[in-house]
Write a protein that binds this ligand. Sequence first.
Ligand code: DQQ
Length: 541
Amino acid sequence: AVSNQPYRTAFHFQPPKNWMNDPNGPMYYKGVYHLFYQYNPYSAIWGNITWAHSISYDLVDWVHLEHALSPTEPYETNGCWSGSATILLDEQPAILYTGANSENQQFQNLALPKNRSDPLLKDWIKSPHNPLIAPVDDIDPSNFRDPTTAWLGQDRLWRVIIGGEIGGSGMAILYRSEDFVNWTRSKSPLHLSNETGMWECPDFYPVSINGSNGLDTSVQDGLIKHVLKASFKEADHYVLGSYIPGTDTYSVENNFLSNGSDMRYDYGKFYASKSFYDSGKKRRILWGWIIESDSEADDTTKGWSGLQSIPRTILLGESGRQLVQWPIKELEKLRTKQVSFDDVDLKSGSLFEVPGITAAQADIEISFRLSGLKEAEEMNASWNDPQFLCKENNKALGKGAIGPFGLLVLASKDLTEQTAVYFRVFRNQYDKYVVLMCSDQSRSSQREGLEKATYGAFVDMDPLRETISLRSLIDHSIIESFGGNGKACITARVYPKIAINQEAHLYAFNNGSMDVRITRLSGWSMKRAQVVPIQKRRKSP
Ligand code: DQQ
């Protein structure tokens, strides 16, 4: 019954039960979206890793299919780990994935669909040539995994990168192949860093400069940059740079860092993500694994663990310096029962309840105009870690002038439970305004034993010229927030005790000493996505 499962979501992707982690092999093939994911068929804790498989026609409603890959071979006794899909020439879909053997040594393997004319690609056959790539020479066998979608050079060779760590550096180890079966390691990795540790789930793809379409992974010319993403230290970090196909070199504009002023897809919970090119709608779409913030014991009681993010379109932002993300348009078909307001003044210290929507299952967009920016507090030059600033919000920084203002999400009527998603604005030593976005989970639940972290990000925008906008997707135990039209994203998991279902409320608030104005607020109750359970294969008579 629903009442026993207040944390299950209504419009996020999750299997009916058990453990789920990384999204794998997302692709669009013959009009169908495919999502595979790391799955434990037997419990709500990581193990027995299998590729579960679901399909969709719109990325909102899903049909669960039978597992695509289960550990059956010696090279994958310890699981069929993460990997990616590539659509080869002649529309041949192929999966490259990692198998871990009983000693946790990692091998790269190939699987092909049994019947390519079946748009659902129900059955997958492991290549008799497996394992294709073994951890030899200086490769650490326990840190060698997660092949990307491959890209094709003009020399007709396929390239793929595999995450690794050699001699203390995280890296993207590069391989080339003519036939997708025989792979040769390149002398140098595509890129590496000695500040990161092991790179899990790398991703490498072009983005267009000033274009609003996504690009196929093999596009190598035109006005483009290349994104390299690596998962480490519990976050998905990326850099931008230019890729020179002839020499397979990648020169970056910025480095991988882990000091707070790094570039991340999301500054909250979001890991092991993967993007794919949707050739139907000419866009690149990003999926990420949203891990739980409760305990393993809680997960066993719930019977499940892990969500996927709402799929996001991903593009290079107008500045050319960073990526922007936005929930796929199709999600809007679940919007119902809208409330909207224009020009509401939010005086210092005030609270405004957003009425008439199901606050535990909602999509909300709000934008703020600031007056009195001149009053913004000065920002200390050493304040370069946004997460630290959000944590210190009410202590070291004192009461704000411009902000905190924003939303109180999944809040109980008495406000003893609430997740605050908000902004503060400072002025730095160059007289520029700095917009800080925070998601504060510290009061999100009266329950104990939960991780109640506070997350923060800077939003690269000018509040003198633009309104400060926020969109939050609220779905029972997840809040996905997009600041500045997708320039900064923060995803949080929360487990309220009181503010569940009908008892959840949503407010706009302003705790800064200066008034702010809500220029527009639109909120929608969200319908439940439709999910069709596994259709068992019919046994032949
Ligand atoms: N999860 C997979 C690995 C990957 C890790 C195993 C990242 O392939 O490196 O379930 O979450």
